[in-house]
Design a protein around this ligand. Sequence first.
Ligand SMILES: [Zn+2]
Length: 114
Amino acid sequence: MDRTYVRKWEEVDVNEVTRHLLILGAVSCDCAQCRHLGIDYAQTYTCPNCQTPFKYITYRRETADSHGRFSIIRRIRARRPDLIIVDYLDYKDQTGKHRAKDLLFKNMPEEKEE
Ligand SMILES: [Zn+2]
């Protein structure tokens, strides 16, 4: 078998990803944009709550072994070949950094010219 899955690194706008991201949990998906719960990723192309079109998907399950991870990826690919699969830890890492940076800049006093 020569066909398998590997991660590819790509530069993205993390805010753009958040606006169009489905987060797959144990049972169903959430919309990363508005946090709407209970979305069936196989049949839902736009968020029923905020109407954002979904372009990306990630899965929250911590499946450390590669077999479990690949079976999730294969299932997503079979049902939604249009969605770009994003690694959850990469996403959380980057959104965490963004939140920290936003918080830092919000709390910094504005520079005054003297
Ligand atoms: Zn939404």
